[in-house]
Design a protein around this ligand. Sequence first.
Ligand code: 5AD
Ligand code: SF4
Length: 426
Amino acid sequence: MKKYYIETYGCQMNVSLSDQLQEKMNTSGFVLADSQEDADIVIINACSVREHAERKVFNRLEYLSYLKKQKGLKIVVTGCFAQNQKHNIKNADYILGTYKLSLIPEILKNGKENLINVEFDEYRFLEPVRNSTYPFQSLVDITVGCNNFCTYCIVPYLRGPQISRRSIEIIENIKRLADNGVVEIFLLGQNVNTYGKDNSDICFAELLYKIHQIDGIKRIKFLTSHPKDFNDEIIDAVFTLPKVSRWIHLPIQSGSDRILKLMNRKYDVNHYLKIVERLNSYKKEYNLSTDFLVGFPGETEQDFEETINIAKSIKFDEAFMFKYSDRPYTASATFPAKLPEEVKNKRLELLIKIQREIEKEKIKSHKNKIRDVLIESQSKRNLEDAMGRDEINKVVIIKNKKLQQGNFYKVKIVEAKGITLIGELL
Ligand code: 5AD
Ligand code: SF4
């Protein structure tokens, strides 16, 4: 029996797909190895969204090529990275695009595939499984692909148009997962808010209501939303369904309407502010996180200032901040007025500094609040502590090593340390 190992780089979508692939490899007669060194086959499932991530994977491939020479290891490269870098990957046995990941066990068995297969033909979803790190959780890819074509983004070219998994299937899968002890469902897609639009299925808000009815499921999270599609029905579902986590990841990207237009984001700052107003109108705690992309071609000092201003006025609980880089196929790669690296670096640094200050200030507001914490693991810093997340997805550390992974505990927040909350059992 052949032993395999999967290395995963990139977003939650890749983590989810690797978990599903692992399950299919196991049921197809392959055996999970303890490490790359111990494996006959190494599968690299990697990301191409930003340039920086790709460089890391190329380095990794060099090491695996060395192992291949030493002991005849088979290397399979898949995911966005394979789709994008198909002609630059050396020493792989198979380079299989995003539509081919689900076929890897069959391809390895029959051994008749071409070196490169990145065709977009028929997309086949794999069955959602338990998360390999957190077995109480399942990452469920409800859509793949994207139709939005933000001008900086490579994803639509690497994952194809949006395809939604059928809602009947999603519900059946989640019921089965709940029967097997899963309590938390993490719904994934490039833009989950447009779920069901491509195949005339129920809409995203309705899907949330349906999943909410499933016994055994206690928490529902989702990623990623798009401001142009984050409508009132979805907001209402988030604030009225108690199992839905009031954590909203809503990338704003820029605070300048001019840049948002150039990015083809299809909303303006005012629209985003209206969403925030609506979130506030429910008078319930929530957690708003975002993505910022600085240094877009043509971004002026004034545009950037508008981004700083919006960061200061909205006060996001968390932000992922990136500096623009050209990606193949994208429209913005052909835009003039590219900014020098130093300017992009300076702007990114300043935004990070300001955002971190805001986060430090905001976290204090959680003190003395009562929260429901789902334990994920032991704390990384101190094995005597447990680490979990509350109903708005804030990380909470609890000084008690007896807490069970996958169980909920009522906790009082006693301290905010840096960006972490410390809680005590009630
Ligand atoms: N350069 C830098 N950041 C990018 N992102 C997407 N494409 C690029 C790019 N070309 C960022 C966006 C997106 C996040 C997942 O990655 O902020 O929301
Ligand atoms: Fe990329 Fe925009 Fe689609 Fe997100 S919504 S995956 S940023 S094209």
